[in-house]
Design a protein around this ligand. Structure first.
Ligand SMILES: [Zn+2]
Length: 317
């Protein structure tokens, strides 16, 4: 499988071309497997006179400007490097299309991808949201060390390949569908009992948010009425536009007193470790609204061990 990424410049002139500035790719033998080969080409821009705002911010802008490789030579080198491999993947779905847009511009043969795996969509499925997650956020979420600059095509291809270790073939096959609403109504049916104010408890420190959410201390709140220890199987959260989700909502059921919510707040310490603070808050209309919003956001299905790989899930969303 070839995992690729491109950087390009749309410029400002009328020529409607996303002019490719860099082709980066890595090769893996299997999903999440080690990187066995790397391709990188910095490409001298020759079509657009100016860089657009996005392109101007690329960390390797100087490398494109000083490159002696033009697109036709880079595309040919990439074609040779790909060999017979026709299984492509990337973070997002558009890269083969942009590659071919440039090939058409230069009258070159097109790249024919027999299959294209969108790791970004698959990752959304793996963490249980229908929203798109930026590559950097996904890597942060999985605790992948932030060693190389993002927005360099070859580095982004490498990060994408590494994130493949968190994906299953089921995640790759997933396509978004509208969520059923009946499930939602059941989910919102919480206990009618009122209960005394509950103590907060601490979780962690943990290496990643996932590890904090999977910790036994996070997943075993007590019934606020009979103090029986109960279990949380999944956490729902809203994904903010910028940054990581911080509030996670889990539901747990006491056979005698009904369903309650647990709210887990994660914060990152200065040393990069994550701390959790759990509480069983009183059930107020505001809490129900927060939970309803989280049901539309992401879901983290708990694993009992701290292992990264997920082997099948008890239940789909
Ligand atoms: Zn109870």
């Amino acid at each position: 499988m070839i995992i690729m990424d491109l950087e390009w410049n749309r410029g400002y002139d009328p020529e409607p071309l996303n002019e490719i500035l860099q082709i980066g790719a890595v090769r893996v033998e299997r999903l999440g497997g080690p990187i066995i080969d790397v391709f990188n080409a910095w490409i001298r821009p020759t079509v657009h006179k100016k860089f657009d705002l996005g392109a101007k911010k690329l960390p390797e802008l100087q490398a494109f400007k000083s490159s002696r490789t033009r697109f036709p030579a880079a595309a040919e080198a990439f074609r040779v490097w790909c060999g017979g491999d026709r299984a492509f993947a990337g973070w997002g779905a558009g890269d083969v299309e942009v590659l071919n847009e440039n090939c058409r511009y230069w009258n070159l043969p097109l790249f024919e991808a027999e299959e294209f795996s969108d790791f970004q969509r698959a990752f959304s499925h793996a963490v249980g949201t229908e929203q798109q997650i930026a590559l950097r956020r996904a890597a942060e979420y999985c605790g992948v060390p932030d060693v190389f600059d993002y927005h360099s095509a070859v580095n982004d291809a490498m990060y994408t390949a590494i994130l493949g270790a968190w994906l299953t073939p089921e995640d790759l096959a997933w396509r978004p569908q509208p969520a059923p609403s009946k499930r939602r109504r059941t989910a919102l049916r919480l206990s009618k009992f009122s209960f005394p104010r509950q103590p907060r408890w601490k979780v962690g420190p943990a290496r990643t948010p996932m590890e904090a959410l999977d910790a036994r201390a996070s997943r075993t709140p007590a019934c606020p009425l009979c103090s029986q220890r109960l279990g949380i199987a999944r956490w729902h959260f809203t994904v903010p536009k910028m940054g990581m989700p911080q509030q996670f909502y889990g539901v747990f059921t006491c056979s005698e007193h009904g369903r309650f919510l647990c709210r887990m707040t994660l914060t990152r310490r200065g040393d990069g470790q994550w701390l959790g603070r759990g509480v069983v808050p009183p059930i107020t209309p505001e809490l129900v609204r927060e939970y309803a919003a989280a049901l539309d956001g992401g879901v983290h299905v708990c694993r009992r061990s701290g292992r990264r790989r997920r082997r099948g899930r008890a239940e789909k969303r």
